[in-house]
Design a protein around this ligand. Structure first.
Ligand code: ATP
Ligand code: MG
Length: 344
């Protein structure tokens, strides 16, 4: 029997930050370590998604390759035969499937997407592209084209994974058994071994998530920050004036965010970390502990990044793209037949 597919992608509009690592990269690396060989892992750079919001196109190609290297630096073992890395635009079937899915997607349905509304508000009406509006459909194609069952993502992307499942159900109801259904949100969380989805907040504005596309350098720990820069950001993080450590995202989002980062980076359970720190009064001590964890994490990551064999990575990338093109083309053909574009 074919292995179940676990898939995730991170766009290359900018360097990665700590939220990308904890929400998107770490779950894949942990999964690979925990269940070596049990699942097929697809980890890709959705380069086509990378300019749904305005970017400097002169940097995209280089950024794509830089970001790919972070997968390896973070511990993804690319020698495992069931692990695939690829660039989305090198597999044209993603885009072709998107068009077909577009024609079964409601305008109203897309208009309700929280991420669209948030980003549209950030970038201003004259710069909102149809690409931004449409990207959940491309994301659904990214998932369905490889029959992915599990899609580890941060909290912000869960609505889109849910949409991928909805559109798969819709197509299957209309045309028969075409797509493997991605798991629903509850199953996805269970699979990832989390009580709730990961949402790392900005250190400066903890009501908002850490983001690549928001200009918030003091609130964002970039994976390329020097350990010293990152420590400074943690020490200066916004907290509150209650002087009591408590994991309460409603009332104390800054402090809860630090507790969350500490648990995820040290691999301790959230409840253990909350019990250890809960009730204490020194935010300074908590920040110091988080700063130490972030600093040693970055140091190790950056050492590994510097040691990557670019040639080997490129060979793996091209071989995987060829393999994935076949899988993607086969799914596309099935859909083309179903909708009447190819003879049955
Ligand atoms: P942008 O602001 O440009 O959309 P982003 O930081 O949201 O950038 P994406 O490339 O859109 O990054 O998302 C890549 C992955 O990182 C997704 O799985 C997303 O859910 C996850 N992610 C992004 N931000 C966070 C965050 N603050 N906390 C946890 N996960 C996050
Ligand atoms: Mg995003």
């Amino acid at each position: 029997m074919a292995k179940e597919v676990v898939l995730t992608g991170l766009r290359a509009n900018a360097e990665f930050h700590l939220g990308n690592y904890l929400g998107g990269i770490l779950p894949m690396v942990q999964l690979q370590k925990k269940h070596a060989g049990k699942y097929q892992l697809n980890m890709f750079i959705p380069d086509l998604h990378s300019f749904t919001t305005p970017i400097d196109h002169g940097k995209l190609y280089e950024q794509t390759h830089k970001n790919l290297k972070y997968f390896v630096a973070a511990g993804l073992d690319i020698d495992q035969p069931d692990t695939f890395i690829y660039r989305q635009s090198y597999i044209p079937a993603h885009s072709e499937l998107t068009w077909i899915l577009d024609c079964f997607t409601g305008f109203g349905e897309m208009s309700r997407m929280t991420e669209f509304k948030d980003k549209a508000a950030q970038i201003g009406e004259d710069r909102i592209s149809i690409g931004l509006f449409n990207y959940p459909v491309l994301m659904a194609a990214d998932i369905l084209i490889y029959s992915a069952k599990y899609v580890p993502v941060g909290e912000d992307q869960r609505q889109h994974v849910e949409f991928a499942r909805d559109i798969a159900v819709r197509i299957n109801n209309k045309f028969g058994d075409i797509f493997v259904l991605p798991s629903d949100n509850a199953e996805q969380l269970k699979f990832a071994g989390r009580e709730k989805p990961v949402r790392i907040r900005s250190l400066r504005n903890p009501d908002k998530k850490m983001s690549k596309s928001v200009e918030d350098p003091a609130g964002t720990v970039m994976l390329s920050d020097s350990p010293e820069e990152a420590v400074k950001k943690i020490i200066e993080a916004t907290t509150d004036s209650l002087a009591k450590i408590n994991s309460d995202f409603e009332r104390q989002p800054g402090v809860a965010n630090l507790l969350q980062i500490l648990a995820l980076l040290t691999g301790a359970s959230q409840s253990k970390v909350n019990n250890e720190w809960g009730g204490k009064s020194s935010y300074g001590e908590l920040k110091r502990a988080v700063a130490d964890a972030v600093s040693s994490f970055l140091k190790e990551l950056q050492d590994k990044l510097a040691a990557i064999d670019d040639k080997k990575l490129m060979q793996k990338l091209e071989a995987d793209e060829e393999a994935m093109r076949k899988v993607a083309d086969a799914t596309l053909l099935k859909v083309q037949k179903a909708v009447g574009l190819r003879p049955v």
